[in-house]
Design a protein around this ligand. Structure first.
Ligand SMILES: NC(=O)c1ccc[n+]([C@@H]2O[C@H](COP(=O)([O-])OP(=O)(O)OC[C@H]3O[C@@H](n4cnc5c(N)ncnc54)[C@H](O)[C@@H]3O)[C@@H](O)[C@H]2O)c1
Length: 288
């Protein structure tokens, strides 16, 4: 897209973290922003904070795992601001633990938000963009969409899916000559609330097993969170990258070089038909 002034952006998971940073970046460029999010107090605060800057903003309570709820987000957008232009399918949750420990509710929750959230977003908004031949879809994947770290199986499955959906979309749009653009955002570590995702886990999908985290695991987790707070990229920096990618049509957006070696190594293993060697959890890897 060449000019975002006066255009409409819809951001799922827009109440906090990277989604909220996108909203501030887009609003600063003169866009109208619609935030869809499940966490109502954070959503209300986000809307107030944006209005205080003079932005035109709408907050919609939305559960991206529910198709009807995302259709409602699209209808509310249309009613408030008319056609949407930039669609950020960004809502996400993270959970960790070995595949042998995961329950079906773990799978249902994380796939529902991270994978079906993207699917529902495309279902609600993509045909409108294609018909008007204008707009841009940003899918928030992750470096976890390019790696296979132990302990991150469900999350990685959803992020590999998100990345390949975005890539397929890009290929389809390009081969049909559409002016609609697509970006796959693949962040490394960003200082957000993702590491406290359980705050938004619905009651009917609560973990059935008690949290039996060993002392050693707890210490690693605490050190990891300290590293995130002190060293991880801030959401506003990611928002700048996304804003630029929409304007210049960049598809792959990685936020730092931290995981490049692991991704390159995995690609080489596949190309050379070698067995995988990624033996360490992402948290351990991050603490080097
Ligand atoms: N922070 C990181 O290090 C990192 C790295 C790679 C990818 N990501 C991805 O970035 C995206 C944004 O996450 P973040 O890091 O800003 O975390 P965050 O927790 O700050 O923001 C996620 C937002 O999604 C919302 N949300 C959760 N479940 C929802 C649902 N069912 N329906 C609607 N909204 C829902 C939350 O309320 C929250 O506002 C996610 O897709 C995440 O997987 C994050």
């Amino acid at each position: 897209m060449e000019d975002l002034q006066g255009k409409v952006a819809v951001i799922t998971g827009g109440a906090s973290g990277m989604g909220l940073a996108f909203a501030h970046r887009f609003a600063a460029a003169g866009m109208k922003v619609v935030l869809g999010d499940i966490e109502v107090p954070a959503l209300d605060d986000a809307v107030t904070g944006l209005r205080d800057t003079g932005a035109e903003v709408l907050g919609v309570r939305c559960d991206v795992s529910d198709a009807a709820s995302v259709h409602g987000l699209a209808a509310a957008t249309e009613e408030a601001f008319g056609a949407a232009h930039v669609i950020c399918l960004n809502a996400g949750v993270a959970g960790s633990g070995g595949l042998h420990e995961q329950t079906l509710t773990d799978w249902e929750w994380i796939l529902g938000v991270n994978l079906m959230g993207v699917v529902h977003g495309l279902d609600s908004f993509l045909s409108g963009l294609i018909e008007r031949d204008e707009g841009h879809v940003v899918v928030t994947a992750s470096v976890a969409g390019h790696t296979a770290y132990p302990g991150l199986g469900i999350y990685s499955a959803t992020k590999h899916a998100a990345a390949v959906i975005a890539e397929t979309l890009y290929n389809e749009l390009a081969s049909s000559g559409s002016k609609v653009g697509a970006t796959a955002l693949c962040p490394g570590f960003v200082d957000t609330g993702i590491f406290n995702s359980a705050r938004n886990r619905p009651e009917h999908l609560t973990a059935t097993l008690p949290d039996l985290e060993a002392d050693e695991d707890r210490a690693t987790r605490e050190a990891f969170l300290e590293m995130i707070a002190s060293q991880a990229l801030k959401p506003a920096a990611v928002a700048d990258l996304v804003y630029d990618a929409i304007l210049d049509g960049t598809f792959w957006v990685f936020t730092d070089g931290r995981h490049v070696e692991n991704i390159t190594n995995r690609h080489a293993e596949i190309a050379e038909r070698r067995n995988p060697t990624e033996g360490r959890a992402i948290t351990e890897d991050a603490l080097d």
